[in-house]
Design a protein. Sequence first.
Lengths: 116, 106
Amino acid sequence: EVQLVESGGGLVQPGGSLRLSCAASGFSFSNFWMSWVRQAPGKGLEWVASTSQDESEKYHVAFVKGRFTISRDNPKNSLFLQMNSLRAEDTAMYYCVRNVGYGDFWGQGTLVTVSS
Amino acid sequence: EIVLTQSPATLSVSPGERATLSCRASQSVGTSLAWYQHKPGQPPRLLIYDASNRATGIPARFSGSGSGTDFTLTISSLEPEDFAVYYCHQRSNWLAFGGGTKVEIK
């Protein structure tokens, strides 16, 4: 069974940093693109970042470029999102997503709250 | 940047009725479009990919159609568990979602 379990969310002050993690199991992690998608309170879904299987290709949406970095550790079946210079508008549920062009499996999400 | 516009924003439907949701792209995405269902407290679930293919385990009452810039998700006969928010998503250019359509009980 495919499982994606996010962790690392929490309350952080504006300007602070967080590192989100996603533990994958039930599939051959190193064979898949992976992504982070977020949903702010009362808003729709936003694609944040994606990485290819070997990290040779990475994409970050414009509003996080230079602040967020997606990475992965294939031997440990893990995906990460390093988030720096956090802003109030980054407050959201962050989902780890297996990416086959579309998000075919999603984790339950980890909540990030940016507030003083 | 491709923009996806969903309509209506809210659709009020009675159980057993048909629901038709629309997604329009600002430029052609071919058939590179998916639909997701999102319920409160749950992660989104892939329903339809490549415009018209049902994902694994998705009931036949869900169907997708369209190509180019105009797409439709049809739920043939709404079940109680189908009341949710539905998003379209394109992978043709950059990965963008539509704003969502909330399907609520009439």
